[in-house]
Design a protein. Sequence first.
Length: 307
Amino acid sequence: MGSAPVLNAPVVLGAMLLDHWLGEPKRGHPLVGFGRLADVLESTFNRAGSRRLRGLLAWALAVLPLTLGAWVLASLPGIGWVFSLLLLYLAIGLHSLAAHAKPVSRALRQGNLLQARLRVSYMVSRQTDELDEQGVACATTESVLENGSDAVFAALFWFALLGAPGVVLYRLSNTLDAMWGYRNARFGQFGWAAARLDDVLNYLPARLVALTYAVCGRTRQALHCWRTQAPAWDSPNAGPVMAAGAGALNVSLGGPAVYQGALHQRPVLGAGPGAKDEDIDRAVRLVRQGVMLWLLVLMALWGVMHA
């Protein structure tokens, strides 16, 4: 398989096929166990005092030993590639992304708004019980575009760059950001390190994803939305991804949303009409097209380096 991570294109293809055929493990997903570990560390370290330092220490205890373990497993002679394939398969979530999004679009097409609100609540952290049809479609489309970047493209990027240790480092860091990276009294200081480290790890992948969405959709419009709208978004990485994705799809996203009982006035992203149920499916197709483009590039690089 080669010694350099970028030469592991067959392992990437194998992991993507496993994700396509099997989806996420129905029971015993390692990230569930990792989440329990994160809860224990948070309850232990999130106390009065130097919360930023305590949060950094908790992050290190959660992430670094497992990253080292991934390096050891991937380095085993003869069978290391098997562990690399399994770790990448467990880190990506393309099948899961579609599996969560399609029931929302189906419920909207059937006119079942209550079911659509319930299904989208599994995907987003905002309140969904008062969303109308357009609000549900908007929330779901945003989630597909952003999670496509986080759960698929960024995992592929870090695997291609650093192999199994890279994808484990990234996926665990991203999980801790999702658990600890809130700007509230409980996590504002303790989760600061997790949020900032996730921003760093996602910085370059997010911009490559924004470019990928642009190439796979309305390119000029997507690039314009990225350049003019992303700086106003509160997340330095989600802004480019969602602005470019919305522009590529010719749909308007963003706008007001309620999080934990508080109304957040978010800027509008993209162009064109508000999101509809079909835009959810179009967003899933955009992510899939982008993944195919990345795989073609990776295979081309692998072929050139083995020529």
